[in-house]
Design a protein around this ligand. Structure first.
Ligand SMILES: Cc1ncc(COP(=O)(O)O)c(C=O)c1O
Length: 372
């Protein structure tokens, strides 16, 4: 018998008592932080969070009136629990942990610290749809979790707050919804692009691809974000979309790329294990030798849009490993809108890039500088 569809909202309801839709995940974070500091009546609250984050998360935290206390992110996106311990004081309301690119972080370690210090744990599941670690679903370890269907389902907007317990006196600060027309037109744009690539044999003949913008946040200026409710377009899409199918295709695409790229010498996958219980947002690779921007441009020219993680980071903590991560990473897309031809274009472009870098090394008689 065919498996029943798994809808996002139903899945999230199985994770916590309250599920609150938002315009974006960062809007949910801003509201829950304001709620926590008001509850504990802390005038200058702080949050302990990783130094490797997108600028928009920093903005959400600052907009909630919080000071950030950054901890370093090391190999395979892990961290040092002792460092986190030392950053916590009486004005810390929460620890924030990220399941980077869908890969489960040491959320059990973070839970233990939060319990011992009697503060809250916020679990960032922006790169998670269905995932688990040690047999328990991601999103159930934190007192709160944020999810981003925007990122995981290729939507222009959409986020959720999941709370383990019922929230008393919590109110969403938004009054307006994310713009319906803009959401609908961007949504159509992403789906039409797939049709375009089907017709062109995965060639970007009209040069539609653009390099993504790099986030920016200036902590010396006052931050504000405009918290919004979920757009009706996103809500409607979530009512019909089977997230189990999405999850399955993401894993399949990840493995397809990994099988062909894992043996490259100048770039290597960020994580050593394959997605089994967890599901990937992208395939993050570290470009150890050569210019990753050059690779990003070559991929764009072959019709592939790639992110670079968060080159605007690290914030606060300037640990060498965190900095390397921010300067070496490239995210190869594995989402379900990708066509097989596009996956092959990724492989071809990466292999040719490696050959060119090695040829350059050999012809100049010197190794190309490593990106460390
Ligand atoms: C790890 C992580 N957390 C949270 C967010 C925020 O998600 P949203 O764009 O839905 O606000 C992002 C977005 O880039 C992210 O990458």
């Amino acid at each position: 018998m065919a498996e029943e569809k798994m809808l996002m909202k139903n899945y999230l309801k199985s994770l916590g008592r309250e599920v609150i839709p938002y315009g974006n995940a960062s809007h949910a974070l801003r509201d829950i932080l304001v709620y926590l500091s008001a509850k504990r009546r802390i005038a200058r609250p702080n949050i302990v969070l990783p130094a490797y984050i997108p600028a928009k998360l920093y903005r959400a935290i600052a907009a909630a009136g919080y000071q950030p206390r950054f901890y370093a992110i090391k190999d395979e996106c892990m961290f040092d629990c002792d460092e986190i311990d030392m950053l916590i004081d009486n004005e810390t309301t929460a620890i924030f942990g990220i399941h980077y690119f869908g890969h489960p972080t040491d959320i059990i370690g973070l839970r233990e610290i939060a319990d011992r210090k009697k503060i809250k744990l916020i679990e960032d599941c922006a790169h998670v749809l269905i995932g688990s670690t040690k047999g328990r679903p991601l999103g159930t370890f934190g007192d709160f979790a944020i999810f981003s269907p925007r990122k995981m389902l290729q939507l222009p907007s959409g986020g959720f707050l999941v709370s383990k317990e019922s929230l008393d006196n919590f109110s969403r600060s938004s009054v307006k919804r994310a713009n319906t027309i803009s959401t609908a037109s961007k949504f159509l744009g992403t789906r039409l692009k797939r049709v375009y690539y089907k017709f062109t044999g995965c060639k970007d003949i009209f040069h539609l691809e653009r390099l993504p913008k790099i986030g920016h946040f200036d902590p010396s200026r006052e931050a504000s974000i405009f918290v919004k409710k979920m757009s009706p377009v996103t809500s409607a899409y979530l009512k019909v979309t089977d997230i189990r199918r999405h999850s399955f295709i993401r894993k399949q695409n990840y493995n397809y790329l990994l099988d062909r790229l894992a043996s490259l010498e100048i770039m290597k996958p960020l994580f050593n294990d394959r997605p089994k219980d967890w599901e990937p947002y992208s395939l993050p690779m570290l470009v150890l030798v050569g210019d990753r921007i050059e690779l990003q441009k070559r991929l764009m020219n072959s019709g592939i849009s790639t992110g670079l993680g968060w080159p605007e980071s690290p914030f606060g903590n300037k640990d060498r490993k965190t900095r390397n991560l921010s300067q070496q990473l490239i995210e190869l897309p594995v989402h379900p809108l990708m066509l097989k031809g596009q996956l092959n274009n990724i492989v071809e472009t990466c292999v040719r890039f490696e050959q060119d870098v090695i040829r350059y090394q050999n012809s100049h008689g010197v190794p190309v500088a490593t990106n460390e």
